[in-house]
Design a protein around this ligand. Structure first.
Ligand SMILES: Cc1cc2nc3c(=O)[nH]c(=O)nc-3n(C[C@H](O)[C@H](O)[C@H](O)COP(=O)(O)O)c2cc1C
Length: 199
């Protein structure tokens, strides 16, 4: 028997957002670590990020990053980006086209930072930004930070590097692999147009 979302636009959208919502809290979800792709006309790059928020009502997904990361400059020049998800068990691929806002030192970052755990704050305590060249192999952290010998109070130092990338979803593409026949659909969230595509 085929699932309810096999040939039903409404059910497909429901399924997609439920998978995104679940991924935010479920560490075992395969949608938790999508590939985020951004760049300019001659230099595109993809990287894994952790999905931190999913909000269907506002067509928004978001992740955290370091303000010094190379992708920030790229996003400031070109906020159009893409996100790619695949769940092997569900056999569902989701591709998002998004427009990004880089949040730094504002209410959005304040709220997200307050929810970050001690362990996650470590990433934002590196002396030099991600991608900085080094003469030796390194984590970029001072040894005491590497060993988690820092208090929650000391971790506040990382806030200045903390950024929340908000991704406004412009369109969603869905691909479902099924023995009975694959199904593919596109959802334009700006115009509310739903379209079947040949897989
Ligand atoms: C499992 C996993 C989760 C990651 N999560 C994030 C993340 O949430 N945000 C982020 O900026 N980088 C994350 N990274 C690191 C990026 O993949 C990338 O290496 C880093 O952002 C530097 O690349 P960039 O500055 O070119 O984006 C993660 C990597 C892995 C393997």
């Amino acid at each position: 028997m085929q699932p309810a979302y096999y040939e039903d636009f409404k059910e497909i959208k429901k399924k997609i957002w439920s998978m995104l919502d679940d991924a935010v809290t479920n560490r075992n979800s395969q949608f938790r670590i999508p590939i985020f792709v951004c760049g300019d006309q001659s230099d595109f790059d993809g990287r894994i990020v952790v999905l931190r928020k999913s909000d269907q009502q506002n067509r928004l997904v978001q992740f955290h990053s370091d303000i010094r990361s190379d992708k920030i400059e790229k996003l400031k020049k070109n906020p159009n980006a893409a996100m790619l998800f695949y769940d092997k068990e569900e056999k569902i691929q989701v591709r998002l086209k998004v427009e990004c806002t880089v949040n730094h030192n504002n209410d959005v970052t304040k709220e997200s930072w307050s929810k970050t755990q001690h362990i996650s704050r470590k990433c934002y305590l590196v002396d030099n930004g991600p991608g900085t060249e080094s003469d030796i192999p390194t984590s970029g952290l001072k040894p005491e930070l590497d060993n988690f010998e820092f208090t929650m109070e000391q971790s506040e130092e990382g806030y200045k590097n903390f950024t929340v990338i908000q991704c406004k979803v412009k369109s969603i593409e869905w691909l479902y692999l099924a023995a009975k026949g694959h199904r593919r659909a596109r959802f334009d969230l700006k115009t509310n147009k739903d379209t079947w595509l040949v897989p």
